[in-house]
Design a protein around this ligand. Structure first.
Ligand code: UD1
Length: 426
């Protein structure tokens, strides 16, 4: 297994290109299941999760053709064509690798009238139930059988459409419901829907494919089902979590970077948190400039559905706050098991105490390098950030978590002055 080795203490300086958004890509790819014409996605990040999702689509008989694989380019172009769906079963050996595999349920059901999906895997950050996905699809007319380890959804004669109010905001359940509703016979209304920028990206792509969706960007989506969708070419939005992570890297190292391609409008709560902590963030013609101010100061943060602070930024901001002056309280409201980076940060000298869904971070003067173990994608990034600022050497193991979500991490960080390398264990 590979390891990342960082010799910290170097302020970052320069330009970091921001890749296409992993979480947008993972909901745009299954849109291809909704039409027999090709869907071409541009700016698709080169990540393990994208490859896994491609394998899942191949397993359904869908072809995936990649262009733009020159090693010095970021991102690539993929054309996905589902002219025939040969299997409506999403098997366990693929689904267990990424939770987003569950996003084939809605489109398969809408297009083929049935889908069998094994229960998902993904990050170990909480129970992560799927009840809202199933309730929303039932409201649109699906019958659901839950068997040992898998879900079978059917809609004989197609989905009729319907109304569903989500009892709590769920990104994935909203995505599944939207992808199912666009091909339903009648109209649908989804209330208390997630309005993350990735949902807007999904709706825009579906509209480009001929879907009829009103209320995009609000929590009420009104969808008029259409008989067929057609092919399209669509560019994946920039990754707001990758951008936010590299903003924290500039801040924690006392550096200054330009995040090329970052979209300020998608990063509102993250930018507000950085500014409150004393980090200078300014829009530039090409993206965002981030410069550490005189000193970081402690702040209180609470994660929330968009437009609130993304839970996917919690670990990285916490790493930054370990070196802030004063104390910070960080509260996680989305996932119940998302503090697994805390013991590792403490091993690097951070002063953090967990109390239920909140942690108290007392800023320390310095972190020291250590061997740390990554437990999930964003937790891994928080350890990389701590390593960039720590004295001495930090080794982050289980790098496969980072490869799921950060395109060419070491390359991007080395280019702005970090001393970071990947070591192979074999
Ligand atoms: C997506 C993102 C993930 C991000 C999360 C929250 C992808 C591939 N992943 O995950 O990076 O951290 O949004 O912004 O886009 N819940 C239920 N029942 C359900 C579904 C969800 O109770 O059927 C709960 C979850 O346990 C969690 C909350 O709802 O407490 C939010 O989860 P959700 O928004 O669904 O996250 P994902 O779509 O899995």
């Amino acid at each position: 297994m590979d390891k990342i080795v960082i010799r910290g203490g170097k302020p970052l300086s320069g330009r970091i290109p921001i890749s296409g958004a992993k979480n947008a890509a993972l909901t745009l790819m299954p849109c291809a299941l909704l039409t027999d014409e090709p869907l071409t996605l541009r700016n698709l990040p080169r990540l393990a999760d994208i490859d896994t999702f491609g394998h899942l689509l191949n397993n359904h008989g869908v072809s995936t053709t990649i262009e733009g694989t020159s090693p010095d380019e970021f991102g690539r172009v993929m054309t996905i064509r589902a002219n025939r769906i040969t299997s409506t079963v999403a098997p366990f050996d693929i689904v267990r690798k990424i939770r987003a595999s569950f996003l084939v349920l809605g489109p398969l059901l809408a297009r083929a009238g049935e889908a069998t999906v094994w229960l998902p895997g993904g990050d170990a950050i909480g129970g992560r139930p799927i009840d809202l996905h199933l309730e929303a699809l039932k409201a649109l007319g699906a019958s659901i059988d839950v068997a040992a380890g898998y879900i079978k959804a059917t809609a004989k004669g197609g989905l009729g459409g319907g109304r569903y109010r989500f009892p709590m905001v769920s990104v994935g359940a909203t995505e599944n419901a939207v992808m199912a509703a666009v091909l339903a016979r009648g109209a649908s209304c989804l209330e208390n829907a997630a309005r993350e920028p990735e949902i807007i990206d999904l709706c825009k792509c579906l509209v480009a494919m001929g879907a009829r969706i009103d209320g995009v960007g609000t929590d009420t989506l009104r969808i008029e089902g259409v008989r067929d969708l057609h092919g399209a070419t669509y560019t994946v939005m920039p990754d707001r979590i990758e951008a936010g992570s590299y903003a924290c890297a500039a801040a924690i190292t006392g550096g200054k970077v330009e995040l090329v391609g970052a979209e300020a409008a998608d990063l509102g709560a993250t930018i507000a948190a950085l500014r409150a902590a004393g980090v200078e963030v300014t829009a530039t013609p090409e993206g965002l400039a981030v410069a550490s101010g005189d000193a970081l100061s402690g702040i209180d943060l609470e994660t929330a559905p968009y437009p609130g602070l993304a839970t996917d930024m919690q670990a990285q901001l916490m790493a930054m706050l370990t070196l802030a002056k004063g104390s910070s309280r960080v509260t996680e409201t989305i996932f119940e098991n998302r503090f697994r980076h805390v013991p590792e940060l403490v091993r690097m000298g951070a002063d953090i105490t967990v109390s239920g869904r909140s942690v108290l971070v007392n800023g320390v003067a310095a972190l020291r390098g250590a061997s740390v173990v990554a437990t999930d994608l964003r937790a891994s990034m928080s350890l990389v950030l701590a390593g960039l600022a720590a004295s001495g050497e930090t080794t982050v193991s289980r790098v496969y978590h980072l490869d799921r979500g950060y395109e060419r991490l070491e390359e991007k960080l080395s280019a702005v002055g970090a001393d970071i390398e990947r070591h192979s264990d074999d």
